[in-house]
Ligand binder design. Sequence first.
Ligand code: NFE
Ligand code: MG
Length: 466
Amino acid sequence: MRKIVIDPVTRLEGHLKVEVMAEGGKVVAAEAAGTMYRGFESILAGRDPRDAVYITQRICGVCPVSHATAAAFALDDAFGVQVPTNGRIIRNLILGGNFLQSHIIHFYNLSLPDYVQFPAIAPFTRHYTGDYRLNKETNERLVGNYFKALEIRRKCHEMVALFGGKMPHQVAIIAGGTSMTAQKDKIDAYRKLLAEIAQFVEKEYAEDTRLLANAYSDYFQVGKGPANFLSYGAFPLDDYGRDKLIGAGVYIGGKPAGVDIGKVTEDAAHSWYDKAADGSPDKTATNARYGKAGAYSWVKAPRYGGEVCEVGPLARMWIAGRYTSGVSAMDRIVARTLEAALITKSLANWLDELDPGAPCEAPVEIPYAATGVGLVEAPRGALGHWITVRNHRIERYQAVVPTTWNASPRDAGGKPGALEQALVGLPVPDADNPLAVVRTVHSFDPCLACAVHVITPGKPVGEFKL
Ligand code: NFE
Ligand code: MG
């Protein structure tokens, strides 16, 4: 038996440690740990509820728009406000542009270096050697598109900034709609950028995914995980949220069903928090207890009716019936590419549906007391925000985030999280070069900045040992 520790896993956002036990050339046990202590849910208490849109975006610079959207949905719900059509569409345009940048940077800049050989110069110094199998021509093509992707990703940011005011951390999504209006010059500029991005997604990203999947086809057989999925849905297509581009649903034990949000819980049996963290996110609180016996992560363990779920592009494509070929490290990559193409097409349609001159926001009034839930999808999966308003202020705020699902530790019942399950069984013929492990970790596109977003106010950040 050999212990392999990867700490930190690089090319992801935030701080993730992965520990696997290998025996007979295979992983037999795995632990995923969020090792960075942060702070958001507690910071929100006592604030003006409208601040949630801005503060929660600072959870992460990769998916801030999803946090803004979840917060705005939670406030729309708490305030009882109906968002006008233009506001709904502009929110979709801002979120969709952010999805595209995230999927593109994941494939080219975060994931591809696991499979491609870069020139051996900084910053491409390689940790691992061994199983790199692309032919020269394909390798060169992918290295070239690594750089092209950086430019395309910047254009996605520009697209978001047109309606979001700036990026990252856009400022236009607000309770009741958007503060940005549907101006014709912005619509035209967005359309122009989108055409170039669409060209890249259709011609390069799709083909590059196919080349990668062909060369590494054995990765369709590894990294399965629980094969349970959850999606809250995203991109409403009507003003009442009945129809969404990406549907909501669960798929558990091979059976599809609708989402019953009351079934979502978190527990901290193996996380560095006290028992107040256990239960439904509309009731829990987050108090850090570093050093707690049996705990090994700052990530909590979200569960759906007690079940472990994978969230993200594969979960969404699976639930929608758009992609059900398999559950593996490579299936996650393929599903992400398919989703990027789907969103690219939809953005063009939404531009056509905007009505310049029509209102984009409805006035809001902050109630004395209210509760609200905001459910959306982030690039990495299902994202929920729960707010309790009291005395016109935030009394309680909880966020349950995609990577909290995917990189969760074991729960009170001892069930490992989705990534932990996906790692078990992976081949590790060479313990010094655990390529299948890092490739499978990256297939989830983890973001620990999102997954760990809690802190005890008043304690200096960084005052902990690992
Ligand atoms: Ni920091 Fe995030 C996404 C959210 S992931 S990237 O996507 O919410 O946990
Ligand atoms: Mg949380």
